[in-house]
Design a protein. Structure first.
Lengths: 114, 116
């Protein structure tokens, strides 16, 4: 079975604070792919990043960074110096090589206050 | 390069009526997905097409639901005899290919269905 857990339902921070969104996954596939999507109030899911299971190198893109650790089955997402425009629901998702579909977590709602 | 488009964006219907949604994927994306998202939850997979072939269906897709992609381009999702539990956001996504570097699914804006 495949599963994605985002234990943080909602996080509230003040602008310019750093914030980390947690994601823990389960899969029996040896090859799998991990994703983060952002869903702003407008509702459209926006792709942020994709990671292969065989590439544990962490990635930084501007204020965003991702920490992939196979040993703990985690793929955490950090926003540095958060901004009000970062307010959205963030979803972590998994696709195992045995399936075509994405398995999503329940999402973390991030509220960045001015 | 236009994104995935969905029509209509909102649909209100009475219980028992049939509804049909349309999805136009990004051009040349031969893989298309339907998901359903209820309030406070992540999207749940419904079905997957490779070109015109429907290759995977979720158990969530009861016999009241049917999806088609007749020419391998746009897709339709029909719900017959709608029930209040069908109220949700219906999302369509497409991706260009099967190779790992073509794996990312790009989502449309969704169709929000309300069944009264």
């Amino acid at each position: 079975a495949q599963k994605v857990t985002q234990a943080q339902t909602e996080i509230s921070v003040v602008e310019k604070e750093d914030v980390t969104l947690d994601c823990v996954y389960e899969t029996r596939d040896t090859t799998y792919y991990l994703f983060w999507y952002k869903q702003p109030p407008s509702g459209e899911l926006v792709f942020l990043i994709r990671r292969n299971s065989f590439d544990e190198q962490n990635e930084i893109s501007g204020r965003y960074s991702w920490n992939f650790q196979k040993s703990t089955s985690s793929f955490n997402f950090t926003i540095t110096a958060s901004q009000v425009v970062d307010s959205a629901v963030y979803f972590c998702a998994l696709r195992g090589d045995s399936s075509y579909k994405l398995i999503f977590g329940s999402g973390t709602r991030l509220l960045v206050r001015p | 390069d236009t994104g995935v488009s969905q029509d209509p964006r909102h649909k209100i219907t009475k219980r028992g009526q049939n509804v049909t949604f349309r999805c136009d994927p990004i051009s040349e994306h031969n893989r298309l997905y339907w998901y359903r998202q209820t309030l406070g939850q992540g999207p749940e997979f419904l079905t997957y097409f490779q070109n015109e072939a429907q290759l995977e269906k979720s158990r969530l897709l009861s016999d009241r639901f049917s999806a088609e992609r007749p020419k391998g381009s746009f897709s339709t999702l029909e719900i017959q005899r709608t029930e209040q539990g069908d109220s949700a956001m219906y999302l369509c996504a497409s991706r260009p290919g099967l190779a790992p570097n073509l794996d990312t699914q790009y989502f449309g804006p969704g169709t929000r269905l309300t069944v009264l």
